[in-house]
Design a protein around this ligand. Structure first.
Ligand code: TMO
Length: 320
């Protein structure tokens, strides 16, 4: 409440100064007072980062609203201006949806974070002792029976992420002739709960994971090495070891992490858009954002305030 009043007072002062000085000042279009709409998805770095950036925009005097949005459909929503931006475009999971929206128009690339991403099948390190030859996918396939559960019969069980991350894991299993069945977790936290339970019992598990993430600070492990990633492997059957199938390659091992915006943002919220273009988080910063919720159990909004308080030198430079 106090804080809102302070912002309002600053805005009024700003307006009074503008009125008094009028045309003596260089003309900068002010940001619209309509809310900047920030979409929230179902993994914690994205939720905390969205709150961090939302609070930065509020600090600049803008209004902000958050909406829960499907992480694939969001590119269509950005393109149409239904949401204003997207802060975590992961190449592996969302590169295809982002590119499709770029081809249709209405969305702009607002630059990359200074981060390298990877999203793929992953195991905690004790599993390497149970299945010699890891991280090779062929070695994993040779150990498939060890990962079998009543749910998957004789096949190994791969625990995938929520379906909206659209990882095409079953297509890859089929394309590579692997003896695995994909079971999708209902949420990110279900992935981490199953990982912790398997680890406690010393049982084999192979599941979807990514970096940057809090996991690397808590559970040492490794990604499965699939046939080398090739751009277009998802569309062209000729790419990858199976000449008749798509998705027979790894996800990008050094993927980008981009920001995207509705193409009307620059005109409607010029100051916020300029800041969005400057915003760039690193792998350790993004892992820390996830950790504040997944390990330290802050609510996302509080996690964002904590992060901002600890990193003023980082973000104050973006609002000049
Ligand atoms: C998009 N994700 C980081 C969950 O792989």
């Amino acid at each position: 409440m106090l804080r809102k009043q302070a912002v309002t007072t600053t805005k009024m002062l700003g307006a009074a100064v503008a009125l008094t000085l009028g045309s003596a000042l260089p003309l900068h279009a002010a940001d619209s007072s309509d809310p900047i709409i920030i979409p929230i998805h179902n993994w914690n770095s994205q939720i905390v980062m969205s709150n961090v950036v939302g609070q930065i925009f509020e600090e600049m005097g803008a209004n902000v609203e958050y909406v829960s949005t499907d992480s694939q459909a969001v590119y269509e929503a950005v393109r149409n201006g239904d949401v204003t931006l997207e802060l975590e475009v992961w190449e592996g999971a969302f590169g295809a949806a982002f590119n499709a929206a770029m081809e249709k128009g209405g969305i702009v690339d607002a630059g990359d974070h200074n981060a390298v991403t990877r999203e793929d099948w992953w195991y905690p390190d004790y599993v390497a002792e149970l299945c010699p030859g890891l991280p090779s996918w062929e070695a994993l396939n040779g150990c498939a029976a060890m990962f079998a559960t009543p749910e998957t019969g004789d096949s190994g069980r791969f625990l995938g992420g929520p379906v909206d991350w659209l990882k095409h894991d079953q297509e890859r299993v089929d394309a590579l002739g692997m003896n695995f069945k994909v079971v999708n977790a209902g949420s990110a936290s279900a992935l981490w709960a199953e990982l912790a339970a398997a680890k406690k019992r010393g049982e084999p598990i192979v599941l979807f994971n990514w970096t940057p993430n809090f996991i690397e600070a808590v559970h040492p492990g490794a990604f499965i090495e699939f046939p080398e990633h090739q751009p277009g492997c998802d569309k062209d059957p000729a790419l990858g070891p199976n000449p008749n199938a798509t998705y027979d390659c790894a996800n990008p091992p050094n993927g980008y992490l981009k920001k995207a915006a509705w193409d009307g943002m620059a005109e409607k919220w010029p100051a916020a858009f300029a800041t969005l273009q400057k915003i760039s988080f690193t792998n350790p910063q993004i892992a820390e954002m996830a950790k504040l919720v997944d390990v330290d159990e802050f609510e996302p909004e509080e996690a964002a305030s904590e992060w901002l308080a600890a990193n003023e030198d980082v973000w104050k430079a973006w609002i000049q």
